[in-house]
Write a protein that binds this ligand. Structure first.
Ligand code: SAM
Ligand code: SF4
Length: 340
């Protein structure tokens, strides 16, 4: 059962790091496993964690409670592929009941959304981000190694039918794989009333089948290619996160660009991540981490784990130092292990 310790709730996050940044947003990874093998995210042959190392659904729910008691008001559940974790709907329902939580979000590859979209909406999920790197079936399969585009498009449709507040597509653009499709992907988002963000690939985990530096395409280059097909206007929308937004006149869709290489956004970082094994990652691009599993397993309730989280804030690094020329991974853990 979740604790409802009202005395520690406040509107403002108590979590402040050594650079004065207030942490209001947590990304919780619920599994490192996935039914796809996107080429920028995983190697073909991955070794996954033994199940007993993962936080249980109860531990994840208690961790969510601890963070909201510390003033966090946004939680995103991610992975790996979160919808292949058994009990994920139950977890969402527990998180959805937390006092103080304003946004409960999910990042998914959509392969299981037809089955779960309505239950997730009923559980309290407000927003869904869906990875979609191509609208061409052959290319989609190649990029994801196993993916079936019609299944994913049907998952997107199911999310639309379930009525989430906003649905956003995430596209990792790679120069020789899918960057040429950026205008088509934006056109699809506009027609479907979805938001879309383009993400520069980050050097997380060792991949062997493409050079990350050779595939680098900057947000500016993508914008220029989109502008050849569609008029883009800078939008003043600010999600408080790393994306910068544009719009096409006459459409409600937000077109975001997340540029860890070309526009460093660390000064306004408001987030931390927790891996599926309960390691608190203070920065996606640095190794600093703190174990939250031990305090969750050794103590009931949230008091102990809150103390550990609070103390960990002092270790949050100032910034990542990804560079565009990087083929060797800056960080050895893959994105699926980081809670992407
Ligand atoms: N499986 C879910 C999905 O694909 O949406 C959630 C987890 S996935 C790791 C979360 C996000 O990280 C996806 O949008 C994916 O495209 C992105 N991602 C994975 N590896 C990345 C990398 N090396 N650089 C940038 N983004 C990456
Ligand atoms: Fe799976 Fe998401 Fe990684 Fe693709 S990006 S392999 S869908 S975890």
């Amino acid at each position: 059962m979740l604790e409802s310790s009202g005395s520690t709730l406040s509107n403002e996050s108590r979590l402040v790091d050594g650079f004065g940044r207030r942490i209001t947003y947590v990304r919780l990874s619920v599994t490192d496993r996935c039914d796809l093998r996107c080429r920028y995210c995983m190697a073909e042959d991955m070794t996954f964690l033994p199940r007993h190392e993962l936080l249980s659904i109860e531990e994840l729910a208690r961790l969510g409670a601890a963070f909201t008691e510390l003033g966090v008001h946004k939680i995103r559940v991610t992975g790996g592929e979160p919808l292949i974790r058994q009990g994920v709907v139950k977890l969402m329902a527990a998180l959805g009941r937390l006092r103080g939580l304003k946004e409960l979000c999910l990042t998914t590859n959509a392969t299981h959304l037809r089955r779960y979209a309505k239950a997730l909406k009923d559980a309290g999920v407000t927003r869904v981000n869906i990875s979609l790197d191509s609208l061409r079936p052959e290319r989609f399969r190649h990029l994801t190694r196993h993916g079936d585009l019609p299944q994913v498009l049907d998952g997107i449709r199911a999310a639309q039918e379930a009525g989430f507040e906003r649905i956003k597509l995430n596209c990792v653009a790679l120069k020789n794989y899918n960057a040429d499709e950026a205008p088509e992907l934006v056109r699809f988002a506009l027609d479907e009333g979805l938001d879309i963000s383009f993400i520069e690939e980050m050097p997380l985990g060792k991949i062997t089948d493409h050079g990350r530096a050779a595939e680098f395409v900057s947000s500016q280059q993508l914008r220029a290619s989109i502008e050849q097909a569609l008029p883009l206007q800078r939008s003043d929308h600010d999600s408080g996160g790393p994306a910068r937004y544009w719009q096409v006149p006459g459409y409600g869709s937000r077109i975001g660009f997340i540029s860890p290489h070309s526009e460093n956004f660390c000064a306004s970082c408001n987030r931390v991540r927790v891996t599926a094994t309960g390691r608190l990652l203070l920065c996606l691009g640095q190794e600093n981490s703190v174990d939250l599993r031990a305090p969750l397993r050794e103590h009931d309730g949230t008091e102990q784990v809150r103390k550990v989280i609070d103390a960990a804030m002092a270790q949050k690094p100032k910034e990542h130092d990804f560079t565009q020329q990087q083929d060797e991974p800056k960080i050895l853990r893959f994105m699926n292990a980081s809670g992407g």
